[in-house]
Design a protein around this ligand. Structure first.
Ligand code: NAD
Ligand code: UDP
Length: 319
């Protein structure tokens, strides 16, 4: 049985990746320190003989007994309010954490895939964003802690590839959503859905003309899986190119949830990217991948998940 280490396993994407790799017949070692993750995302795996869990902060030396064939490094705060709250940990997990995992991959002769992000493009001046765009990041702005950690992560990964001949993969993930997102993680989908469920107004930051392109988690996991087993070492965008303004999106959510909430406008956070849409030509060509789940279907599944949360969890999520 091939053995895979997944960091950030108790998080949103990490837990879905654990499920996928187990379903594909791998032995999965999940690692997390729960800084933004949740036990309930992996509870269903704890009795599985092909899964083990290690509670560990990957910014400290990472050691695994036995052989390892693959590593997926997904540990990192991912939502703006998380990484603004824990900026130093965010920088450390992208830099020191990635260094530790690259070292482990080298020691075990394992292939490693690291989770990068569309944030490496910053507030992009090129639209849509293709992998050849170098980005427009404010290094010293509040979001810089995340963006620059991820840019460093890409650089050190390429250095291990070039200098040590390590087998590396880099996925640039664009806004991905679905069940197991934390209702209070501040990202726009849980924020709007939580507000709709609690009967609150939906908070639009700025005038809502900024755009995002939302990818359903199953499509994202499929893209990542294909990339891991491709032979391509340079970054690949994985996301859904269907772009929408945040204002239009708020009204879409009101319609979907069947509520009669209003929208309210709040200040736009500093350096909030004004537009974002992945160019996925490379993923299409290289991986024969494109997203299959449209926004209506994906949002419905996600809303069903949030609706299933207890009253207590819903209240806990109020800002
Ligand atoms: P998440 O917050 O749900 O999951 C991240 C997990 O990493 C959490 O369980 C957290 O406890 C864990 N973690 C953080 N620091 C750690 C450390 N030092 N040691 C061990 N565990 C640690 O976020 P997510 O949305 O699942 O994102 C996962 C990865 O994907 C991140 O690297 C993120 O940057 C990347 N990403 C996600 C998106 C998205 O839209 N979801 C977009 C771009 C990139
Ligand atoms: N946003 C918003 N209201 C909220 C939360 C977010 O209008 O309650 C906006 C945010 O300013 C950004 C977009 O929604 O323009 C997406 O935000 P998110 O935090 O989900 O992701 P990111 O900015 O990292 O793409």
């Amino acid at each position: 049985m091939k053995r895979v280490l997944i960091t950030g396993a108790a998080g949103f994407l990490g837990s879905h990746l654990c499920d996928r790799f187990i379903a594909e017949g791998f032995y999965v070692i999940g690692m997390d320190n729960f800084i933004t993750g949740d036990h309930k995302n992996i509870d269903h795996l704890l009795e599985n003989p092909n899964f083990e869990f290690i509670n560990h902060d990957v910014t400290n030396f990472v050691s695994i007994d036995g052989e390892l064939d693959y590593i997926l490094h997904f540990a990192s705060p991912a939502s703006p309010i998380d990484y603004l709250k824990i900026p130093i940990q965010t920088l450390k997990v992208g830099s020191l954490g990635t260094h530790n995992l690259l070292g482990l991959a080298k020691a075990k002769n394992a292939r490693i895939l690291i989770a990068s992000t569309s944030e490496v493009y910053g507030d992009p001046l090129v639209h849509p964003q293709s992998e050849s765009y170098y980005g427009n990041v404010n290094t010293i702005g509040p979001r810089g802690v995340y963006d620059e950690a991820k840019r460093f992560q890409e650089s050190i990964t390429m250095a291990y590839h070039r200098f040590h001949g390590l087998e590396t993969r880099i996925v640039r993930i664009f806004n991905t959503y679905g069940p197991r997102m934390r209702l209070n993680d501040g990202r726009v989908i849980p924020a709007f859905m939580g507000q709709a469920l609690r009967g609150e107004d939906l908070t639009i930051f700025g005038d809502g003309s900024q755009t995002r392109s939302f990818c359903y988690v199953d499509d994202q996991v499929e893209g990542i899986f294909r990339l891991m087993f491709s032979d391509y070492s340079y970054p690949v965008n994985i996301g859904n190119p269907n772009e929408i303004s945040i204002k239009d999106f708020a009204f879409e959510i009101i319609k979907l949830t069947g509520t009669d909430q209003k929208v309210v406008f709040k200040d736009l956070p500093k350096d909030d990217p004004m537009q974002r849409q992945p160019d996925i030509s490379l993923a299409k060509k290289l991986l024969d991948w494109s997203p299959k789940v449209d926004r209506e279907e994906g949002m419905k599944k996600t809303f069903d998940y949030f609706k299933g949360l207890s009253e207590e969890e819903l209240r806990k999520s109020e800002h």
